[in-house]
Design a binder for this molecule. Structure first.
Ligand code: GDP
Ligand code: IMO
Ligand code: MG
Length: 432
């Protein structure tokens, strides 16, 4: 039995899409357990580029099945748009896609409320993706959310929606002086309901049945460890459980069933949106990495902030996720670098910090301690064997692995499926 989670070890956009696509050929199912269409997972297959937001990347593998679990918040309009775009790309999802009847719904008023909440924060805004993710999870936790199962029953849906809109509108007027635009929502969601009805099922039963039959499942994380609601750089986080544990709650599968955790990190660090970033590079260096790595948000197109690799953060990610195997992506982006800095520790007010601080105010003021490694200044793009990497690149990988006490199970040397190195004899190699 294989039940393996692929999680982001940084602030998202680590290349989970590419990694899941690569691995999915060896798994029966891939399953999303959290987040919503704030995620943007890029997969390049030949000349085609897919950016998946809600549907697990495994759907791109012929005959494999994909699950959207109950921990995901679903905007039915976004889901239908994604289905249409897959269909245009010749991907047939019929009989292969399953949507949890327990997943919570995102409505247009969630986006409106998010916009008002963000502008009320002024300079302290989170810098969200404006997809209504936070307000939808707020409703879920406040026990007033509407779920996919409600959408499937027109009468019940209308009753709950009308009551919800009344309360939300009153709140928006009182808090932000803004009425909500709710015209036509019921009709629109009624039409969307019919387009997704065929996919709706009890996905927890599906996952557990599949595991009992000896099928293999890849849990596809969205966002990253440092964006996790409990363990990330709160409040500059998303509103869901992005870490490996989230796969259990978000899919209704027991922790005892999970057989491994793969953590994905870039060879450097990026972040989109606000919040502290200790190893952020000065503008000119960041621009060079952004240009080479094409570091622009897959969802919002925003330029990503760029910085050096942060081993303090990765050590924390290994701890909270129980990472067995690390994937390092975008090694090729460093090909022209003469020197590489790696953060090996934090100092705060002159003293060494032993743990990741809980307070963003402290994290914003830590001084990273760097070790300087030599660059390789040779092309690594599309290298497929570890022994074909330049020596300095191998040294960099070894340094990361030794510092974290975790194997490097995959190195990515380009966005394409085949620009991938799988060092032999690793736990990850044994999953293929
Ligand atoms: P995700 O959200 O973790 O799935 O990552 P994104 O898709 O948002 O961002 C990762 C970006 O890096 C995408 O544009 C990928 O095509 C690209 N990418 C992934 N792996 C590599 C790699 O090894 N080298 C390069 N140059 N690009 C990569
Ligand atoms: P993937 O799955 C990078 C960030 C936003 C913002 C914060 C909160 O592609 O790695 P939200 O809209 O979730 O309330 O925004 O989280 N964020 C991401 N950053 N990759 C993502 O997803 C992200 N999803 C959310 O930029 O800082
Ligand atoms: Mg992304």
């Amino acid at each position: 039995m294989k039940a393996i989670a692929v999680v982001g070890a940084q602030w998202g956009d680590e290349g989970k899409g590419k990694v899941v696509d690569f691995l999915a050929g060896s798994f029966d199912y891939s399953a999303r357990y959290g987040g919503g269409h704030n995620a943007g997972h890029t997969v390049i297959i030949g000349d085609n580029r897919y950016v998946l937001q809600l549907i697990p990347c495994g759907i791109l593998r012929e005959g494999r099945k994909a699950i959207i679990g109950s921990g995901v918040v679903v905007d039915p309009a976004a889901l239908v748009a994604e289905l249409e775009s897959l269909s245009k790309g010749g991907i047939n999802v019929q009989g292969r896609l399953f949507l949890s009847n327990r997943a919570h719904l995102i409505f247009p008023f969630h986006r409106e409320l998010e916009k008002s909440a963000e502008s009320a924060l002024g300079p302290h805004k989170i810098g969200t993706t404006s997809r209504g993710i936070g307000p939808a999870y707020e409703d879920k936790m406040a026990r007033r959310g509407l779920r996919v199962c409600d959408l499937m029953d027109g009468e019940r849906f209308q009753r709950k929606l009308e009551r919800d809109i009344e309360v939300k509108d009153a709140f928006s007027r009182a808090a932000y002086g803004q009425p909500l635009d709710t015209a036509g929502i019921f009709e629109m969601y009624g039409e969307l309901a019919e387009k997704i009805r065929g996919f709706v099922t009890d996905t927890s039963s599906l996952v557990n049945r599949a595991l009992a039959e000896g099928k293999s499942i890849l849990f596809e994380g969205a966002q990253g460890t440092m964006l996790d609601i409990d363990h990330g750089t709160y409040p500059y986080v998303t509103s869901s459980s992005a870490i490996a544990g989230g796969a259990c709650t978000g899919l209704g599968v027991a922790p005892t069933k999970m057989t491994g955790v793969i953590g994905v990190t870039k060879a450097y660090t990026t972040r989109v949106g606000g919040g502290p970033f200790p190893t952020e590079m000065p503008d000119l260096d960041a621009k060079a990495v952004r240009d080479r790595g094409n570091e622009y948000g897959a969802v919002t197109g925003r330029p990503r902030r760029c910085g050096w690799l942060d081993l303090v953060m990765l050590r924390y990610a290994v701890q909270v996720n129980g990472i067995d195997s690390l994937v390092v992506t975008k090694l090729d982006v460093f090909d022209t670098q003469t020197e590489i800095q790696v953060c090996v520790g934090y100092r705060y007010k002159g003293s060494k910090l032993d743990e990741m601080p809980a307070e963003v105010e402290v994290l914003a003021e830590v001084t990273p301690e760097y070790k300087t490694l030599r660059g390789w200044q040779k092309p690594t793009e599309h290298v497929r064997e570890a022994h074909d990497l330049p020596e300095a690149a191998r040294d960099y990988m070894k340094f990361i692995s030794d510092s974290l006490g975790a194997e490097i199970g995959m190195i990515s040397t380009g966005p394409e499926r085949d620009a991938t190195i799988i060092p032999p004899g690793t736990k990850l190699a044994s999953c293929l």
